[in-house]
Design a protein around this ligand. Structure first.
Ligand code: NDP
Ligand code: 2IT
Length: 450
């Protein structure tokens, strides 16, 4: 049986690879899902006959457009913009925008594909999408970022809407960018509507949205530990990244009594054996969100070690929170983590572990929460922002946080339901993929061949 399933996975993947050449991250994301789902689909042939998976790997729509703008020297710059509208079976397309020089079609398709499952897991009515540009906000002035965002939105606005497609932030897109994008949408369309999430609180944003992805990844870790009768108190945690997701993962870890010893950026990581505290984290927030400097400055300020060009996975810890980018943990890194005693990985980033690293976790049966489950708190709270926008009524911090927390508990429950294996091991990859799939697949079947 296992052999037949392997052949089916290979045949399926051969078609996906032939049709989407060169898109390695997309192939990687699809393969992981197909491997989880093939046995389930064999047992539930209605999904096979309806060709649900074959339809899901084909985006409903892909937009690619020119983004011209003028830099501070008066020179014309040309970037490329994208929006992938992946799946709208259970709600309007929903997912972030990434501005980073590495952005290409394959990366955005992997992110959009993951988003479809993630959004389904949140229990809220959101389809999946993703977009962005190869624009690099690093080293650009606020005015340059604004002009780029205005040009990007001038094109994007024709494809989105509060009931059609609702973008948000991702790497390189935070509060500043959402502000410029929203201003331009409103100016062109002449309507004040919930077309983006991650807005500032004064003009339609939700409390807790900035914190939500990081908090959610920690709530998810806490749920995983509960299955072993443990909690985060006194646990040593390594965190990668120092952007939005990392900052609030660190904040919640500190609040729950864990000791966070690393943060990083694309140039290196800092190791603080005494652990971050609220004051040190405030320094990181000011450094990264206002001065937009490098994490090395933290090492200079607090007299701790800085490891240039390295990632933090060789540092001894109980729990790892990769919160930077895709494929940031490879097989060797995963082995190093386990050798040093790490037994929990909760992914704040999207697909931060390579397939080989995931295999290492699963074989060792550690607590491993894949991104589409563990980092779903961000988009879930975006969903709560949409709800508040529709009602034109904001909720308190406590209300939003309580809902976020409950959603993470529910996602964990779904993973347990579909991922628990015969020996009691919870395979969260399988649980998240099957749990996310069913709702979408049933919706697609109900809606006919579309
Ligand atoms: P930010 O732009 O705020 O921060 C990104 C962080 O990751 C920075 O520290 C950045 O370092 C580092 N980083 C980015 N690219 C690389 C790279 N190629 N190699 C090493 N480090 C890198 O982004 P977010 O915190 O919003 O996003 C982080 C991750 O979380 C992404 O995978 C994103 O898809 C995912 N995510 C984000 C959500 C959100 O709501 N924002 C929701 C769910 C998932 P540097 O500054 O040097 O570039
Ligand atoms: O990857 C993600 O889930 C996000 N970047 C957040 C998407 C959103 O719509 O809030």
């Amino acid at each position: 049986m296992a052999d037949i399933l392997n052949v089916k996975v290979s045949e399926f993947m051969a078609k996906v690879i032939a049709k989407n050449p060169g898109e390695s991250e997309f192939h990687q994301a699809v393969k992981e899902v197909v491997e989880s789902l093939m046995p389930f689909i064999e047992e539930n042939p209605k999904y096979h006959y309806a060709k649900v998976l074959e339809r899901m790997v084909e985006p409903e729509r892909v937009m690619m457009f020119r983004v011209p703008w003028v830099d501070d020297n008066g020179e014309i710059q040309i970037n490329r913009g994208y929006r992938i509208q992946m799946n709208s079976a259970i709600g309007p397309y929903k997912g972030g925008l990434r501005f980073h020089p590495t952005v290409n079609l394959g990366i955005l398709k992997f992110l959009a594909f993951e988003q479809v499952f993630k959004n389904s897991l949140t229990t809220l009515p959101m389809g999946g999408g993703k977009g962005g540009s190869d624009f690099d906000p690093k080293g650009k002035s606020d005015n340059e970022v604004m002009r780029f965002c205005q040009s990007f939105m001038t094109e994007l606005q024709r494809f989105i809407g509060s009931n059609t497609d609702v973008p948000a932030g991702d790497i390189g897109v935070g509060g500043r960018e959402i502000g410029y994008l929203y201003g331009q949408y409103k100016r062109i369309r002449n309507e004040f509507t919930g077309v983006l999430t991650g807005k500032a609180i004064e003009w339609g944003g939700s409390l807790i949205r900035p914190e939500a992805t990081g908090y959610g990844a920690v709530y998810f870790a806490d749920q995983m530990l509960k299955t072993r009768g443990q909690d985060l108190k006194g646990k040593i945690a390594v965190v990668s990244g120092s952007g939005n997701v990392s900052q609030y993962a660190v904040e919640k870890l500190i609040q729950l009594g864990a000791k966070v010893v690393t943060m990083s950026d694309s140039l290196g990581f800092v190791y603080d054996p005494d652990g971050f505290n609220e004051e040190k984290l405030a320094f990181v927030l000011e450094l990264k969100n206002i001065r937009r400097g490098r994490i090395k400055e933290y090492a200079d300020k607090y007299n701790v070690k800085y490891f240039e060009g390295e990632t933090p996975w060789g540092i001894k810890c109980d729990a790892a929170f990769p919160c930077a980018t895709q494929n940031e943990i490879n097989e060797d890194d995963a082995k190093k983590l386990l050798k040093n005693g790490c037994y929990l990985v909760s992914e704040g980033a999207n697909m931060p572990s390579t397939p080989e690293a995931v295999e290492v976790y699963i074989e060792a049966k550690i607590l491993y929460g894949p991104g589409k489950a563990a980092n779903a708190g961000g988009v879930a709270t975006s969903g709560l922002e949409m709800t508040q926008n529709s009602m034109r009524l904001p909720w308190s911090r406590e209300e939003v946080d309580a809902r976020l927390h409950q959603i993470m508990i529910d996602i964990h429950e779904t993973c347990v339901k579909y991922g628990t294996e015969k020996d009691g091991f919870i395979n969260y990859v399988k649980g998240a993929n099957i749990g996310g799939f069913i709702k979408i697949a049933d919706a697609m079947i109900s809606q006919g061949v579309v």
